[in-house]
Design a protein around this ligand. Structure first.
Ligand SMILES: [Zn+2]
Length: 513
């Protein structure tokens, strides 16, 4: 039976799976539980299986700007958790530690088995400080480091990991912003499934306690936890339409809130400086990006272009800048170049005046995005190439420059950027978007064999083994039918090895199902 991550049919097929077909499962994987904890390896395997479906979900998003933002918040938390001894070297090594962004406007973040985390754009859109977003990530990383997933799976002793994985996917599908009666049906079933999968109250308290320490040690303002709680609490009061699925899996009990307030008082954070955490320009623009990208609906986009905050005297300068960023991006999505340019100019003026270099950079990246959409690829280069030349490019700039170079006539810089992208994927082989970008640049350069291999590597990174076999096989065929250049024999033998590895993974996947 094939699991499809499709909103409508998924949950029904899951129920069939959970209720009827379970005894017929092939015994390729041991049944979990019976009091023993699931091993790190088995949990990682389960996580891989879930992540593989998420990568294929149409809502899965690769956005270099937002990816970099989440990584920037995430890295210090991982470091702090390791330094505090919460995150053992073994766990750090064996788990994936990957964050997957979902283009969904519901407020949600979740830890998955094996060290995968999911973050919906709706969450990034609703927070007003890095500290708030980091507090959610700190809570979630603590569920992982405390092995809460393994511990709650022990209670599901009669289920195979396959069924648990399916149920987790079902709950995630149901937490999306699906509309209409179907959502209600799905919601009911999901609630029933979720009650079997959710963490215990003690685990939530532990994730709060550990997460609070991790957040502070990572250098964030721990008041982020409190303002995030306040935000969720307010939402719980006024909003019962399912827009905050995070609240369903993380009920804000008065106990959790009281614990957090006590922690604040102990650490003295409320005594002296009680001013609220201030929102900065960069965060405001990145939240605006998440807002616009989470909803491509024309009416929603039009609404962003007319946001009254842009010129409202009641709005703070930071809010105005966020609203202008959203308006510019929305104009772009609506393909209204003239309005997008006007809006960008006034955004640029205000951000320049602030003198904030990170904020100026976010606007520059938006400007390059606009140029790329208008097929002015030369402008992308002049905006993003570093001065002085030779300075390292950050990942969002590198991806944008490489994409532009693939569309421009051949020029010496192509080889330079190919080299930089190769360094990047060597360091981070799971960077699927970098592999894809490298593939298109290599193809533009007429380097077919390495281009096909890079396409295969991109599929490997997204754990699409079948897709990888397809690409590696195409590379192998090409190598057989063409005269190879000097360095290409090595590439061809790498392709052979990678093809065999991908084929093994396909066979393993088939025996597991
Ligand atoms: Zn939690």
């Amino acid at each position: 039976m094939k699991l499809k991550f499709c909103r409508s049919s998924l949950v029904l097929s899951l129920l069939t799976a959970a209720l009827c077909l379970q005894p017929a499962w092939p015994q390729a994987l041991p049944t979990l539980g019976h009091g023993e904890s699931i091993s790190l390896g088995a949990e990682r395997q389960l996580g891989d299986r879930i992540a593989r479906e998420l990568y294929r979900d149409p809502d899965y998003l690769e956005d270099p700007v937002l990816d970099e933002y989440i990584q920037r918040l995430w890295a210090p938390l991982v470091k702090a958790a390791a330094a505090r001894g919460e995150l053992s070297p073994e766990l750090q090594e064996r788990f994936a530690w990957r964050i997957l962004l979902g283009r969904d406007r519901t407020v949600n973040a979740f830890a998955l088995p094996g060290g995968y985390l999911g973050v919906h754009l709706g969450l990034i859109a609703v927070v007003t400080s890095d500290d708030e977003l980091a507090s959610v990530l700190a809570h979630e990383i603590s569920h992982v480091t405390q092995r809460h997933i393994a511990r709650s799976m022990d209670d599901q002793s009669k289920m195979t990991p396959w069924v648990i994985g399916s149920m987790i996917l079902g709950v995630l599908a149901a937490s999306k912003s699906a509309q209409g009666a179907q959502a209600l049906i799905v919601g009911g079933q999901a609630a029933a499934m979720q009650s079997q999968l959710s963490y215990s109250r003690d685990m939530e308290r532990e994730a709060d306690r550990v997460g609070y320490g991790v957040l502070s040690d990572a250098g964030y303002d721990p008041r982020g936890f409190v303002t995030m709680f306040a935000k969720l609490q307010q939402a719980a009061g006024v909003n019962d339409n399912g827009a905050f699925p995070y609240l369903r899996s993380h009920p804000l009990t008065s106990e959790r809130i009281a614990d957090m307030q006590a922690r604040q008082q102990l650490s003295g954070n409320l005594s002296g400086n009680s001013s609220t955490v201030t929102q900065d320009l960069t965060q405001s623009m990145l939240a605006a990006r998440a807002r616009v990208m989470s909803n491509g609906n024309v009416d929603a986009l039009k609404a962003w272009t007319q946001d009254s905050k842009i010129n409202s005297p009641q709005a703070t300068p930071t809010q105005q800048v966020g609203a202008l960023y959203a308006a510019t991006l929305a104009h772009l999505q609506l393909r209204d170049s003239a309005s997008a340019e006007r809006s960008l100019q006034s955004l640029e003026r205000r951000v320049q005046d602030s003198g904030s270099e990170p904020a100026i950079r976010v606007v520059r990246l938006l400007k390059a995005e606009m140029a790329a959409r208008q097929e002015r690829f030369g402008a992308v280069l002049s905006l993003l190439l570093p001065s002085p030349p030779g300075t390292a490019l950050a990942r969002p700039e590198l991806i944008a420059v490489a994409q532009a170079l693939a569309r421009l006539p051949p020029q010496p810089m192509r080889n330079e950027v190919i080299g930089t992208l190769r360094e990047l994927v060597q360091q981070i082989p799971q960077d699927a978007q970098a592999w894809n970008t490298l593939a298109s640049l290599l193809a533009a350069q007429g380097m077919t064999l390495p281009a096909l291999r890079a396409e295969g590597e991109a599929q490997m990174a997204r754990m699409d083994w079948t897709g990888a076999v397809d690409r590696f096989r195409a590379a192998q065929d090409w190598a057989r039918n063409n005269r190879l250049a000097a360095g290409e024999h090595i590439e061809a033998s790498i392709v052979d090895t990678r093809l065999r590895q991908a084929q093994t993974l396909v066979r393993e996947m088939q025996t597991q199902r």
